[in-house]
Design a protein around this ligand. Structure first.
Ligand SMILES: NC(=O)c1ccc[n+]([C@@H]2O[C@H](COP(=O)([O-])OP(=O)(O)OC[C@H]3O[C@@H](n4cnc5c(N)ncnc54)[C@H](O)[C@@H]3O)[C@@H](O)[C@H]2O)c1
Length: 372
């Protein structure tokens, strides 16, 4: 199969969908890999590295889209790319269709096959192609929070781990999933005093087995949240109700109870955030202040560490990309129920229920399109 990797053109997107090692693996499986010149530069991978891996470099995105049977990307195609998508072309990338009807319609009209990273789902409910980005964002939330605790940025002027004779900062984490666990490990490693709250008792039990001694675990309810935020130097938001808007756990009036110069990093901002006063910010302008509390709410945090994020993402996506290329999308989806759940739009039909529901469109069972 001919696999194409265009350069990402969405603003501030420096990731690339395939690293040279991935290109080499696909070539080893007998596939042809074409990469748009400069596609890997934002993540530190030069064209020469792809050439050494056996890929071909093409000058323009048009050439990549025009010749590849499967396109592998990071972000959803944006409007200038829509006219390049060809009938029967297989697209494997993040789409987040439910957030954009125009994108959904564009893919329906293209007659292509869209397999979305974000809906590939294992039988235990895990989303294996979202997990690596939550790992990155969880760890990064502590680094960003530590920075904005500095006095210069309006923070409390605290060093996360303290020093001998001076108490460490108190980090409160809402949600003990992938983001929360990675944030807790990072904060604990810096020597902070950490309290993590979750509503899932099985999850809290698991975390009590694996977390270091400076991480305390607490059941999440309104009473405990209020008690904790009063003492928090850094508050991390990492809750998720799958497919829904994040619950608003910290209300506007609660900010008055927080310490002046405390920092909130609401990682869940991409699902509306779990702090009422949160709105999405950008890497150029990441913070703002409400009632003396610093708010950080960058919606695409992994972009700040593009090389790590690219490697983490492609570690997870490559095995699926190889399967799709080796077997073709129909056989691959027939054999792997996780990949079948990734099918969102096929030859004009919407095959993912949540997307059909979002836009009141007809839902076609993915199994039905496999037998066509
Ligand atoms: N901003 C970014 O760049 C970025 C990057 C990656 C992920 N995210 C977002 O971070 C959020 C968390 O992702 P995740 O992968 O950790 O999800 P996850 O499903 O692994 O974890 C969510 C956790 O929240 C808990 N929870 C639900 N309701 C709660 C409540 N009321 N109080 C306390 N805990 C509660 C759940 O029990 C679960 O353990 C998501 O919205 C995700 O999209 C954002």
């Amino acid at each position: 199969m001919r696999i194409g990797v265009p350069k990402e053109i969405k603003a501030n997107e420096y990731r690339v969908a395939l690293v040279p090692a991935g290109a080499a693996a696909l070539v080893q499986h007998g596939h042809e890999v074409v990469i748009e010149g400069g596609a890997g530069e934002g993540s530190g991978f030069s064209d020469d590295l792809y050439l050494e891996a056996g890929a071909t470099i093409l000058d323009t995105a048009e050439e990549v889209w025009a010749t590849a049977e499967m396109i592998v990307k990071v972000k959803e195609p944006i409007e200038p790319e829509w006219s390049l998508i060809r009938e029967d072309q297989l697209l494997f990338t993040y789409f987040h269709f439910a957030a954009s009807e125009p994108l959904t319609r564009a893919l329906m009209e293209s007659g292509s096959i869209a397999v979305a990273y974000e809906t590939v789902q294992l039988s235990n409910g895990e989303l294996p192609l979202l997990t690596p980005m939550s790992e990155v964002a969880g760890r990064l939330s502590i680094l960003e929070g530590a920075k904005y605790l500095e006095r210069f940025y309006g923070g409390r002027g605290l060093l996360l781990g303290g020093v001998p004779g001076v108490l460490p900062a108190h980090v409160v984490i809402l949600g003990g999933g992938v983001v929360g666990t990675n944030a807790a490990k990072m904060a604990a490693g810096f020597g902070a005093r950490v309290t993590l709250l979750d509503i899932s008792l099985p999850r809290l039990r698991y975390l009590s087995d694996v977390m270091p001694a400076n991480v305390n675990l607490l059941y999440s309810n309104r009473y405990n949240i209020l008690e904790q935020i009063e003492q928090a130097d850094l508050l991390i938001g990492g809750v998720l109700l799958p497919g829904k808007k994040a619950p608003s756990l910290v209300k506007r009036e609660d900010l008055k109870r927080m310490l002046p110069g405390a920092v909130i990093v609401d990682v869940a901002v991409d699902q509306g955030g779990c702090v009422e006063t949160i709105y999405p910010t950008t890497h150029e302008n990441p913070i703002y202040e409400v009632d003396g509390v610093i708010h950080y709410a960058v919606a695409n945090m992994p972009g700040a560490v593009a090389r790590t994020s690219t490697l983490a993402l492609t570690n997870a996506t490559l095995p699926y990309a190889i399967t799709l290329a080796n077997k073709g999308w129909k056989a691959a989806c027939l054999e792997d129920p996780a990949l079948l759940l990734g099918l969102n739009v096929v030859h004009g039909d919407v095959t993912y229920e949540g997307v059909a529901e979002a836009f009141d469109m007809e839902f076609v069972e993915p199994e039905a399109v496999l037998s066509r």
